[in-house]
Design a protein around this ligand. Structure first.
Ligand code: ADP
Length: 305
């Protein structure tokens, strides 16, 4: 039995309208084009885990509508086990309405829909094995994360929390989290300290503050400045790979997928972090979120491994 990544999180359809200029309130404008992209941090991380080489199971919620059907089909095409994805009646599939103007400014409305509707219990057709990794983000309710993490810990699995978009971490979830993965903004918000990406001291001070609250492993992603992490009290820095970045959407999700896939393949934390770093560096050279996530073969290619 191979160990797997179990991703519990959001599944969205991202509807992107491309316009010359954003409409003002009350105004109607004609846009150029509309595109539909599978999204949601949960789904993106599941895609990243799978493409980067590990067996992956998704736990999520969609509505009984056309978007739900398309998103389910998309995950299945990716080879993700969708046993844990439930289709709910009378609620829409999560949807993000994105407007992008010619000068690349975004405005976004997110309707969580089914992503915010969870029963308390963990899906009984999903089993967690010792050695599995359970990954969660903050686009679903705390109760769902708490239940999944409780089950994970009881089964001997490790838990990875990516607290994005940021909100306070409730004590139960805090106590059940093995690894915290966050960016500089989330680090500043959670630590209450000033974080300057150009100051290693401020980053490690804030990360150490979180370690003192009980997290054994804190990984901070810093965009083009790479990654800093503290693991069992030891500090490590990993530089970003020099690339021509054109779209950093989904970089964090790609990193997390690579990290999880690396850990599940038996790498130690630093090796797995480097794998995630390399995967994310490829994703920023391409447009889109899920569409920009590389395969493990592409990562081996650029690493020469
Ligand atoms: P988030 O989108 O969650 O804020 P980051 O922007 O920190 O995530 O990016 C996650 C990771 O993606 C970084 O730690 C790095 O490995 C990689 N990355 C992001 N931007 C770049 C870049 N401009 N060049 C190279 N790698 C990048």
């Amino acid at each position: 039995n191979v160990n797997k990544a179990i991703v519990i999180g959001s599944i969205n359809m991202d509807i992107v309208a491309f316009v010359k200029e954003h409409p003002k309130v009350g105004e109607t404008v004609f846009g150029r084009e509309v595109k539909y992209f599978p999204g949601g941090k949960g789904s993106n991380q599941a895609v990243a885990c799978k493409r980067l080489g590990c067996a992956t199971l998704m736990i999520g919620r969609i509505g009984e509508d056309a978007f739900g059907e398309q998103l389910l089909a998309f995950q299945q095409q990716e080879g993700i086990d969708t046993e844990g994805v439930r289709r709910l009646q009378n609620v829409s599939t999560g949807t993000a309405f994105v407007t992008v103007s010619d000068n690349s400014e975004n405005s976004i409305v997110v309707i969580p829909g089914a992503n915010s509707v969870w029963e308390d219990e963990f899906p009984d057709n999903v089993s967690i094995e010792a050695g599995d990794l359970v990954l969660a983000q903050f686009e679903i309710p705390d109760a769902a994360i708490r239940n999944a993490f409780e089950k994970a810990k009881a089964c001997g699995a490790k838990t990875l929390l990516n607290p994005a978009p940021i909100r306070p971490i409730e004590p139960d979830i805090h106590n059940l989290t093995d690894m915290l993965i966050l960016n500089e903004h989330e680090l500043a918000a959670l630590s209450g300290l000033t974080v300057d990406v150009d100051s290693t001291a401020t980053i490690f001070a804030a990360a150490e503050h979180l370690c003192n609250l009980g997290y054994r492993t804190v990984i901070v992603t810093l965009g083009a400045k790479g990654i800093k992490l503290i693991h069992h009290g030891n500090r490590h820095s990993i530089t970003a790979r020099p690339v021509m970045a054109i779209d950093t959407t989904g970089a964090g999700d790609t990193f997390i997928g690579g990290l999880a896939a690396g850990l599940l393949s038996g790498m130690d934390l630093l090796e797995a972090t480097k794998l995630g770093n390399a995967a994310a560096s490829i994703s920023v050279t391409r447009q889109g979120a899920a569409s920009s996530i590389p395969t493990i073969d592409e990562v081996h290619n650029i690493l020469g491994t």
